[in-house]
Design a protein around this ligand. Structure first.
Ligand code: UN1
Length: 538
């Protein structure tokens, strides 16, 4: 795959002199700490990747800012042509890119191809958008005046992407940022450097085919945490970061007044109502909870099932989980690949332990070593039946005291540290399940976590569905009726509120994040009437 992408072979990654992002070390400015890339499939070392030093960032700044002066004055539909041709190249290299994702993230090919498709789709979306970056004309209170709103390019945009969507999340940002007239600097997760190098190789090839496009609109920075420190990036105009709430908090704090677009943790829930189609429910639950081995930000993590359907759903899920095909993601028929690394496995086991100590009954969740490549962390996804609980507010009211929660994970970061392991996003396939009796109470519990990304209700009762979509319903940015929490389309705005960070990416009017809004007042009267009727006669 790498060869087809124009990358010679892994061993030569270390002298990637044609990749400016892997900057040559000098005596005074050595490289940052190199990464050792391992495949989650078998734990084998793929290669060592050189990283940028702080000095290299000056060059990236210079080339991004230089590119901006040309790109911002390039007509938006012409910028769209660059993105259109990128979409064509992504189609051409769809299989190779998917192969990199399988290899470096451990996704099954279907999901890896789906991720590349998401890149293609957002390119198509952005091309159309490049002719629709419109502002309003607003009636002025003064005679022969006009108020005009314009959306103008913002400046260099930095995209920090996570390992679990190593290409698509970059594409959501880059395709929009480019048609909006901005250079893009990409800082991928170090765990998925090869995916980034592969995509960047395609972008670079396109840049050589389109010499009219300033090459500084695309930079890739592979760097360690020290170099990635937001303090080094204060010249950037928008930092779009995807990752944990803890990471987002660090970015937001250090970014000061720089604009940020944060796409952070989810703790997504689903409510299965009495009238739900159970066949559909089981498929939606299993795909949402175990797809990508539970490592999507939209993964289903909490399930509330009406008492009248609880045993039936429980039984169906236990059967489905028992027979899930788990193993080498490249093997046909496998649906669940490995966790990204050992640390992910450890935190999954810790979460299951915490659930047990809270009275939960844990089904499965164990490491699988038979019939899977040695060295990878394969698990049978866990289904955890949790005792019925009350909301935190009800708990406080009953205790007449605030909960003591300092010891809980993330307590220093989350706006609400929570009382239970269920309040935390463990990036692994764990589905907590509990029965409910009253829908209002189920919605209250559903919303009683600090995150607010994705949610779902499965019901054939119109009133229940509408309630869930209303202001008194789900407090998430993504609300689904009769479909699962994961697998959102690119056409809608993607993101969530509360500790999920508040950002909206991808479709709808998310493009406005990448532009600055200018309100212009045009006076064509020949007089100078003042607003608010003020008289100021000299
Ligand atoms: C993520 O996990 O960071 O909705 C993004 C989904 C995908 C994107 C997930 N389209 O599951």
């Amino acid at each position: 795959a790498l060869k087809r992408l124009g990358i010679r072979d892994l061993k030569t990654l270390n002298d990637f002199s044609d990749h400016r992002e892997l900057l040559e070390p000098s005596a005074t400015h050595p490289h940052g700490v190199p990464f050792v890339l391992r495949s989650p499939i078998n734990g084998e070392t793929l290669c060592e990747v050189k990283t940028a030093s702080t000095i290299g960032l000056h060059e990236i700044r210079w080339r991004s800012e230089a590119a901006f002066t040309t790109w911002r004055m390039t007509p938006a539909p012409v910028r769209g042509e660059f993105v259109r041709r990128l979409g064509l190249k992504l189609r051409e290299f769809k299989n190779e890119l998917a192969e990199l994702i399988v290899w470096e993230v451990g996704k099954i090919p279907q999901e890896a191809l789906g991720e590349v498709q998401e890149m293609i789709d957002i390119c198509d979306f952005a091309v159309g958008l490049s002719r629709q970056l419109h502002g309003l004309t607003i009636a002025s209170e003064r005679p022969r005046h006009r108020l005009m709103e314009q959306w103008l390019p913002l400046g260099p945009v930095m995209v920090i992407s996570a390992f679990n969507f190593p290409m698509a999340v970059w594409a959501w940002n880059a395709a929009l940022a480019w048609v909006c007239g901005n250079p893009v600097v990409w800082k991928p997760s170090e765990k998925t450097s090869l995916c980034a190098i592969g995509v960047h190789a395609i972008v670079k090839e396109l840049l050589t085919e389109m010499p009219e496009v300033p090459e500084g609109i695309a930079s890739l920075v592979l760097c360690d945490r020290e170099v990635a420190k937001p303090d080094n990036w204060l010249w950037i105009k928008l930092i779009s970061a995807t990752g944990s709430t803890r990471m987002g908090y660090e970015v937001a704090k250090a970014a000061r007044l720089t604009r940020t677009l944060l796409e952070l943790g989810g703790n997504n829930g689903m409510i299965v109502c009495p009238t739900a189609d159970i066949e559909l429910a089981v498929r939606a639950i299993v795909f949402g909870a175990v797809g990508t081995c539970g490592q999507r930000c939209t993964t289903l993590r909490r399930l509330f099932v009406h008492r009248s359907r609880y045993q039936e759903v429980r039984h169906r899920l236990l059967n489905a989980y028992r027979t899930l095909p788990i193993g080498d993601p490249a093997t046909p028929g496998v649906l669940v690949g490995p966790l990204i690394d050992e640390a992910a496995f450890q935190s999954m086991q810790e979460a299951l332990e915490a659930a047990r100590s809270e009275g939960g009954t844990v089904h499965f969740g164990e490491r699988i070593t038979n019939g899977v490549p040695a060295g990878g962390y394969y698990v049978r996804p866990a289904l955890v039946e949790m005792p019925v609980r009350v909301t935190k507010a009800e708990h406080v009211a009953s205790q007449h005291a605030a909960p003591t929660s300092e010891d809980l994970i993330g307590a220093d970061v989350m706006s609400d540290p929570g009382l239970s392991i269920m309040d935390h996003e463990t990036f692994a396939p764990i589905l907590y399940m509990m029965p409910y009796t009253d829908l209002d109470q189920a919605i209250a519990l559903h919303n009683d976590v600090s995150q607010g990304l994705s949610s779902a209700i499965l019901t054939n009762d119109l009133r229940e569905a509408e309630l869930f979509c209303s202001a008194a319903g789900s407090d998430c940015g993504l609300v689904n009726v009769n479909c699962g929490t994961s697998g959102a389309e690119i056409g809608g705005a993607f993101g969530g509120d509360k500790d999920t960070g508040g950002g909206r990416e991808s479709g709808s009017d998310a493009w406005k994040n990448y532009m600055r809004r200018v309100t212009s007042t045009i006076n064509w009267s020949g007089e100078l009437p003042l607003a608010q009727g003020i008289q100021f006669d000299l």
